[in-house]
Design a binder for this molecule. Structure first.
Ligand SMILES: Cc1cc2nc3c(=O)[nH]c(=O)nc-3n(C[C@H](O)[C@H](O)[C@H](O)COP(=O)(O)OP(=O)(O)OC[C@H]3O[C@@H](n4cnc5c(N)ncnc54)[C@H](O)[C@@H]3O)c2cc1C
Length: 453
């Protein structure tokens, strides 16, 4: 299972023609390429344009908690276009975001029909009267308790209910080249990688304070290596997108009023070829496959829960279509033969409990760092992808989800309004869109391979 780390990329026409094992996983690059490009990518393409998934509530005005916000990307490609209020389906707006978790099942058909059926004749209503009056103060405290309990399993700081948050139409704001670079961008990436210092061994901590050379990873434990590979895979994915949707020419005409955008193979080569990256580029690309497998496994694990969601927007026909499409996608995902084994991490007894809680805190810090990104469009997609990743990790390591699944909760005809495990709408939207980004990157790699061959 812990395959040798040093896979030399030999006998290939292109550095991006990766072969063999993905390391720390039981399957190889070819298998993932085929599975993604033929089965997953086309399905996600049609799913993610649906109303439920295209409107994402995000707080782009949150102050950076770590350093003064000294950079605002000046170029216009950084700006996020807000969406028209009337474009957002009523069903999405109606779900007050901070009440959302409690309301996750409120609109489900099960909940609706359970409310409609009366068993009033089975008891004496006077004797059975239950005084449910509770002071406003107590209600406020309950909310705080519930928030605390729910947040305990979170790998991410959720700020979408705070003042300053807004709905963004993701289709109006595709992830692409923005020109964000230099000191500000480097500080973000460096701070994110620095979160991988787990203390203890100073020598190791020092190594992680720089971008990590691939071979140093041999000397660290699987958890730390996985942490680095997940971040590096996300970094690769973001950079692949900016290469595949690059501003090729600013000249505008009637057909291309925003300039000409398309793939830039030379930019891709500069960012990932061994010659320009001290041999690291192909490993960074391999890390993309690693994070893909982590998120793929999370979707497979949460499939029984996700099948019970209603994907409610209030547009009945589309909601039904989305539910069918989700069920189809989840079946394909569950049929994958070589899923990532999440149990390989945090499996060494008491020490693991501490490690797991450190891990959570570090991922939460990464979501805080996203508020420091100095380009709104990059921040939007950075926040979405870290929330999606945080949701995937929450699924993989949630005791509550395990309990609910083991007790057969998702197979029951009626699920109570407040089940032991649930995801909020923004978490679900982020989970699928973040996976969609990784799927898209793997698909784009195929295009670059063709050009650079
Ligand atoms: C959260 C976030 C979102 C962003 N979104 C966008 C966007 O949507 N559009 C856009 O145009 N720009 C975006 N950027 C900027 C972009 O990622 C680069 O930072 C920028 O293009 C400058 O690139 P660079 O060549 O200097 O190297 P960077 O990508 O900034 O990398 C810095 C250093 O990290 C190392 N490194 C690079 N890739 C990896 C990897 N995969 N794994 C491990 N180490 C690596 C290398 O040593 C490199 O020199 C974003 C940045 C951040 C932090």
């Amino acid at each position: 299972y812990f395959a040798a780390l040093d896979e030399t990329e030999t006998n290939k026409n292109c550095f991006c023609e990766l072969e063999g094992s993905i390391n720390d996983c039981s399957c190889d690059v070819d298998t993932v390429d085929h599975f993604n490009n033929m089965k997953i990518f086309p399905r996600l393409q049609s799913l993610l344009v649906k109303n439920f998934f295209r409107f994402y509530k995000v707080n782009l005005r949150q102050e950076c908690p770590f350093w003064p916000d000294d950079s605002r990307c000046a170029i216009r490609f950084c700006q996020v276009e807000n969406c028209e209020e009337q474009a957002i389906p009523q069903g999405i707006k109606d779900k007050g975001e901070h009440k959302e978790k409690a309301a996750a099942f409120k609109y489900s058909r099960e909940a609706q029909s359970a409310n409609g059926c009366s068993d009033a004749e089975d008891f004496d209503s006077a004797l059975g009267f239950l005084d449910t009056s509770i002071s406003d103060q107590a209600h406020r405290e309950f909310e705080l308790w519930a928030k605390h309990d729910e947040a305990e399993e979170d790998f991410c700081i959720v700020d979408d209910h705070e003042e300053g948050s807004q709905y963004v139409d993701l289709l109006l704001n595709p992830e692409r080249y923005t020109g964000y670079r230099g000191e500000s961008a480097h500080r973000i990436w460096k701070s994110i990688y620095l979160e991988n210092c787990f203390g203890g061994n100073n020598e190791t901590a020092n190594k992680f304070s720089n971008y990590v050379p691939h071979l140093d990873l041999r000397n660290v434990c699987l958890e730390q290596r996985a942490f680095y590979r997940i971040i590096s895979g996300l970094h690769s994915s973001i950079n692949i997108h900016l290469c595949s949707k690059y501003l090729l020419s600013e000249s505008k005409d009637f057909l291309d009023p925003q300039g000409i955008w398309g793939p830039n193979a030379q930019e891709f080569k500069r960012r990932f070829s061994p010659e320009t990256t001290g041999g690291e580029g192909p490993h960074w690309l391999r890390n993309l496959y690693f994070i893909y497998l982590v998120e793929l496994r999370a979707l497979a694990k949460a499939a029984p829960y996700l099948r019970r969601e209603d994907y409610y927007t209030g547009i009945a026909e589309e909601d039904d279509e989305v539910k069918l499409a989700i069920n189809d996608l989840l079946s394909v995902i569950q049929s994958f033969q070589s899923h990532f084994d999440e149990n390989a991490l945090f499996s060494s007894g008491i020490a693991s409990i501490k490690f797991k809680s450190d891990y959570k805190e570090k991922f939460r810090n990464i979501s805080r760092i996203m508020s420091c990104v100095g380009c709104d469009k990059c921040k939007l997609w950075g926040k979405l992808q870290t929330q999606g990743l945080g949701t995937a990790l929450k699924i993989l390591y949630s005791e509550k989800l395990n309990l609910a699944t083991e007790s057969g909760l998702w197979d029951r005809p009626h699920i109570e309004a407040d089940p032991i495990f649930r995801l909020s709408r923004p978490e679900i939207v982020a989970l699928f869109n973040a996976f969609g980004r990784l799927s898209n990157s793997i698909y784009e790699m195929e295009n670059f391979r063709r050009v650079l061959r």
